[in-house]
Design a protein around this ligand. Structure first.
Ligand SMILES: [Zn+2]
Length: 272
């Protein structure tokens, strides 16, 4: 499932392409992807202009000139493409938005994911449970430490809890724990202050690095997009079961933690 770096990468790629663009055509091939009757959705969007694209955690919000938002969550398997033509037949995509300049935005793989047209008020309501963005300037080391000390769960469970921090999922929680040399199943509230500081710095470091190399999505956004997916080869523990740790050579361990995949180095990563 795309996480903060993937969605931030989409946001930064899409912003210059979409801002100020007028929607001239809408195709919906899967009614369950949207939140109102297809006819109503299509006619409400036709003629609207996208003002800007905002990211909240793993969510994207396309702000429209009538005050509504298009709320996108890709969940598992969702992806986007942009251009004069899609990389697959139009019928492959659940929703297509066409713009006045001849380009289109293609929404693919939205089986669990969705694209909802909602009011500004509803958008606020839907986002209110989200915790702070990891890059929120108000999330100082001190504020982070306070939040963490109040958590009862394991470290990985806490990092992937969207109410604790918005945007971290299965892959980056493991990468962050590895970078911070902390065991993902350590008790979140038991970390000493040096460990909390390492964790705080690793969150920002790993997410920035991943975003800079284009995250781990497989599909490029446009035909000439060579950046997207660059992080796939850079995971140090995620999906590397039994492969040697890049630091010490110990085979990477795989376990499940409350239903989530968990990869870690049993030698490098400690409980605190
Ligand atoms: Zn190791």
């Amino acid at each position: 499932m795309p996480e903060l770096p993937e969605m931030e990468h989409y946001r930064s790629q899409l912003s210059p392409l979409l801002c100020g663009q007028r929607i001239t055509g809408v195709t919906v091939n899967r009614a369950k992807t949207i939140n109102e009757p297809i006819e109503a959705f299509e006619s409400a969007l036709r003629g609207r202009t996208i003002l800007f694209v905002e990211r909240k955690g793993k969510h994207l919000l396309f702000h429209l000139d009538d005050g509504h938002r298009l709320h996108l969550h890709l969940m598992l398997g969702g992806w986007l493409a942009y251009g004069e033509q899609g990389p697959k037949k139009d019928s492959h995509f659940q929703v297509i938005l066409r713009f006045g300049d001849g380009n289109s935005l293609f929404f693919g793989g939205l089986r669990l994911g969705y694209l909802h047209r909602i009011t500004a008020k509803a958008a606020l309501e839907e986002m209110k449970e989200l915790g702070p963005d990891p890059f929120d300037s108000r999330l100082t080391l001190e504020a982070f430490g306070k939040r963490l000390s109040g958590k009862k769960g394991k470290l990985k469970t806490t990092l992937t809890d969207q109410r604790f921090l918005a945007g971290i999922g299965n892959c980056y929680s493991d990468e962050i724990c590895f970078d911070a040399k902390l065991h993902p199943a350590a008790a979140a509230s038991s970390l000493d202050s040096a460990s909390v500081e390492r964790l705080y710095n690793s969150i920002r470091k790993v997410l920035v690095e991943a975003k800079e190399v284009g995250g781990y999505m497989e599909h490029p956004l446009t035909p000439d997009d060579t950046l997207t997916g660059g992080y796939n080869d850079q995971c140090r523990v995620y999906d590397r079961k039994d492969e040697p740790c890049l630091v010490c050579g110990t085979p990477i361990k795989f376990e499940t933690l409350t239903g989530r995949k968990m990869f870690y180095c049993p030698n490098c990563q400690k409980d605190s």
